[in-house]
Design a protein around this ligand. Structure first.
Ligand code: NAD
Ligand code: LMR
Length: 334
């Protein structure tokens, strides 16, 4: 079996051979996300792990004729260790999704320990990997991963990402519906966290800052609570999976582009962020530039309207509590 250095040595595009592991690969997000990662030509080794079903997903995805090998693993025979060993990027959508009437925070009791244990394994088997956390509640699961890795001396804040890209996709789509424009040309920075009032779209930074107040308020509300639309429509069968797979593949693709040394790779992500650290908000999503070591640069939020300042203030208050909850969980359970 080739290690990463050997894999690179055998390649004509030396900086584009990466091992990606998806944990929770047989789930609603995991399956389409695994397919999309199979289509990413920077990935040469795709490891799919789940408690059940990953070998089947791997066999299926492996028939897609791109230049990567795909292997599926379960918990038996040290499957998690095998999936993680040598991984450059680990994407984690493992855990339960919401049902109608639930908040993302209601998932904490189930998902916190799932994410903690997977993070611990990543700390053991691929301590240098970039970790992309999808499992909800992201506002708390990211601090859980940070604390878990820190206890092992394996935490690199520049390589831990909460995936908030779905909010960015929704913002582009929803604003285009209001403004009657092409969504592929719409770019909206969404800062804060990933749940309800912690999701803050910065419409004043777009070309649509002149929207009438009623339309603006409705647009912001739709972006903040877009996840609920899907949960309601799926009627007990889960939450967003396909749009999330697209969002996850875009974000992981950008992480890979950064690792490969490409220029100007900018995404918004929920990371340990200096922006409000002095106010006790350790994690916050802002635009970041991705590079060979993970986060290369933290960008300022930029100019904001009075309304957005209020939304950010509200987001910070909720985030503080969400972050503390994650940190306390690790302190109390490990
Ligand atoms: P799902 O139930 O369809 O799939 C989850 C998968 O995780 C299942 O296959 C399950 O077997 C697996 N799993 C559970 N525990 C595991 C463990 N210890 N190790 C490995 N695999 C494990 O759920 P889904 O719809 O794919 O959603 C997954 C998570 O992603 C949920 O928490 C959901 O809220 C979250 N989510 C986040 C975003 C976001 O924007 N960040 C968007 C959508 C969903
Ligand atoms: C989303 O935004 O779609 C996800 O966080 C899933 C959810 O629970 O809404």
């Amino acid at each position: 079996m080739f290690n990463r250095v050997a894999r690179r040595a055998f390649s004509s595009t030396a900086a584009s051979n990466y091992k990606v592991a998806v944990l929770g690969a047989a789930g609603g997000i995991g399956q389409p996300l695994s397919l999309l990662m199979k289509l990413n030509n920077k990935v040469t080794d795709l490891a799919l792990y789940d408690l059940r079903g990953a070998p089947g997903v791997a066999a299926d995805v492996s028939h897609v004729p791109t230049n990567s090998t795909v292997k599926g693993y379960g918990p038996e025979e040290e499957g998690l260790k095998q999936a993680l060993s040598g991984a450059d990027v680990v994407i984690i959508p493992a855990g339960v999704p919401r049902k109608p009437g639930m908040s993302r925070d209601d998932l904490f009791n189930t998902n916190a320990s799932i994410v903690r244990d997977l993070a611990s394994a990543a700390g053991d088997y691929c301590p240098k990997a970039a970790l992309c956390i999808i499992s909800n509640p992201v506002n708390s699961t990211v601090p859980i991963v940070a604390e878990t890795l820190a206890k092992k001396g394996a935490y690199d804040p520049k390589k831990l990402f909460g995936v908030t890209t779905l909010d960015i996709l929704r913002a582009s789509r929803f604003i285009s519906e209001v403004a009657n424009t092409n969504p592929t040309q719409e770019k909206v920075s969404v800062v804060g966290g990933h749940s309800g009032v912690t999701i803050v779209p910065l419409i004043s930074q777009t070309t649509h800052k002149g929207l009438p107040k009623d339309k603006l308020d409705a647009l912001i509300n739709r972006i903040q609570f877009g996840g609920d639309e899907v949960v309601k429509a799926k009627n007990g069968a889960g939450s967003a999976t396909l749009s999330m797979a697209q969002a996850g593949a875009r974000f992981a693709g950008s992480v890979l582009n950064g690792l490969a040394g490409e220029a100007d790779v900018v995404e918004n992500s929920y990371v340990e962020n200096p922006v409000f650290a002095k106010e006790g908000v350790k994690f916050f999503s802002t635009p970041i530039t991705l590079g060979p070591e993970g986060v290369k640069e933290y960008h300022a939020i930029g100019e904001t309207s009075d309304l957005e300042d209020q939304l950010i203030a509200t987001a910070k208050e909720t985030l503080k509590k969400n972050i503390e909850k994650g940190v306390n969980f690790v302190e109390q359970t490990s």
